[in-house]
Design a protein around this ligand. Structure first.
Ligand SMILES: [Zn+2]
Length: 73
């Protein structure tokens, strides 16, 4: 547990406190939670891209093979 200064009233706040005891501003932990949600969204986006990329490499050769079969008769 470390003390940081409140960005509103500059009084010392524990970095794991939910909010500033003096002015009630949400503490650093609350802001970190917001960042975490942001990171999770980014992670989900990257995961979707990875899955799409994987699907591309798995399905495109299959489609090409089927196309060749159809063309070849
Ligand atoms: Zn404060």
């Amino acid at each position: 547990m470390a003390l940081v200064s409140c960005h509103i009233c500059n009084s010392p706040v524990a970095d794991d406190a939910p909010n500033c005891m003096k002015c009630g501003t949400p503490g650093p932990k609350q802001q970190r939670k917001k960042n975490l949600i942001k990171n999770m969204r980014l992670l989900a986006f990257v995961a979707v891209l990875v899955v799409l990329g994987y699907a591309w490499f798995v399905f495109i050769p299959e489609i090409q093979q089927q196309g060749l079969l159809n063309n070849g008769g």
